[in-house]
Design a protein around this ligand. Structure first.
Ligand code: ADP
Ligand code: VHF
Length: 374
């Protein structure tokens, strides 16, 4: 199977569109191109792919609405432009998606949001709910409250963080070059396109060391870093020229476009390695014999009904150990309920969670994707 078949099979895509591409010479939003990408995203969605769009362009759109011709350097002016421009940006997406009968949602995030556990979980469940509802989330940085990000314009990293957050299979970074080239094509006209490579390959650092274009901020270095970040949760990345005709649908058909950066491990393996190695356990769940057996032998999710006792203090999303009746550890995983809630629902069938807690987040205590056997 060609590696490009990965793209046809990738269920969940994060598509990042950079400033360099979105703005018509930095003067205004290129709404005609935006309409073209929206048409393709609508097509991908009809084919069963789930899409989160990460779109830059608020600063440039704001500059044009405010009648500014040069990008300001003062942070508060950039933030003001972004606040004005974000309105135009989401308006343009909303109206184009509407022609396909599709609904969009605006999600503004900061890197700090994603490093706070509770906010991370909230962002994750919001995005998952939106995808479940068939809505297209349109994500940008919350420029009103950030400083460095707006200065370095690093939506590439945001795209990768979103890919990690929703466990995407694929991150597509659309930019103004055809992909990652052997050198910055603005300086080296003979530079050639790299078609397929492992994201971790050290020789890429030198290739991507050139700066950015006039309008973009991050250049290739942030795109490479984003691909490596996405690879940590097992997602592949494609860096591709967004001006190429029907670029997204052609990628979906496994056509050789742009640069494919591959992860070392497939998504679930990468995620489980990360789970196993990175988190401390905050509590324990004692399983009955049946639950211990299905976890060990069939790799299934852990339901509350198979748990006899809960100990420790843990929050939703934290790591707990699953032990058998002899206190032998079987597995560990990220728990869907906090210690108090878990204590109330253990031993009970999942359909009773609603009646016991007054709400239900998930039917499992630990989903199998979040569970590693030890
Ligand atoms: N090896 C490379 N291959 C392709 N582009 C490169 C490379 N090194 C640096 N660049 C520069 O990166 C720019 C794209 O990044 P950037 O301007 O930040 O765009 P965006 O707004 O899409 O994030 C290109 O226009 C190019 O000048
Ligand atoms: N959030 C800001 C800046 C983001 C930005 O420029 O990022 P990038 O497209 O990666 O260079 C905006 O929407 O203009």
């Amino acid at each position: 199977m060609s590696k490009r078949q990965l793209l046809t099979q990738a269920k969940r895509w994060v598509i990042k569109i950079g400033s360099a591409l979105l703005t018509d010479n930095g003067k205004r939003l290129d709404t005609q191109s935006m309409a073209g990408w929206v048409d393709q995203i609508a097509e991908l969605s009809r084919l069963g792919h789930e899409i989160v769009l990460v779109s830059s362009g608020s600063v440039a759109a704001g500059m044009s609405r405010l009648g500014w011709t040069a990008r300001p350097s003062a942070i508060h002016e950039l933030q003001a432009a972004a606040a004005v421009g974000q309105m135009g940006l989401v308006q343009a997406y909303e109206s184009h998606f509407d022609t396909h009968g599709m609904t969009t949602a605006q999600v503004l995030l900061t890197h700090a949001d994603l490093s706070d556990r509770q906010r991370y979980l909230n962002a994750r469940s919001t995005l998952r709910s939106l995808l479940g509802l068939g809505v297209i989330p349109v994500v940008n940085e919350n420029d009103t409250v950030v400083t460095d990000e707006i200065r370095f314009g690093d939506n590439d990293t945001l795209g990768a963080l979103v890919a990690n957050l929703i466990e995407a299979d694929l991150l597509v970074i659309m930019t103004d070059q055809q992909g990652l080239m052997t050198a910055d094509p603005r300086q080296e006209p003979t530079a050639e396109l790299v078609s397929e490579v492992m994201a971790s390959d050290p020789k890429l650092d030198l290739m991507a060391s050139g700066g950015s274009g006039q309008l973009g901020r991050g250049g290739m270095a942030t795109k490479l870093r984003a691909a490596r970040l996405a690879a940590r949760s097992g997602a592949a990345t494609v860096i591709v020229g967004g001006r190429e005709a029907r670029v997204l649908t052609r990628l979906q058909q496994a056509e050789l476009l742009g640069t494919l950066l591959l992860p070392e491990h497939e998504r679930l393996v990468a995620r489980k390695q990360w789970l196993a190695g990175h988190l401390r356990t905050k509590g324990q769940l004692v399983l009955d014999q049946g639950a211990a057996r299905v976890l060990r032998q069939e790799g299934r999710s852990l339901l509350p009904v198979g748990v006899k006792a809960v100990s420790g203090e843990f929050q939703r999303g934290e790591m707990v150990a699953c032990v058998d009746e002899n206190h032998q550890e079987i597995a560990r995983g990220l728990v869907n309920y906090n210690a108090l809630e878990a204590a109330k629902v253990v031993g009970k069938p999942s359909h009773q969670i609603q009646a016991i807690l007054g709400y239900v987040d998930e039917p499992e205590l630990i989903h199998r994707d979040n569970l590693v056997l030890v």
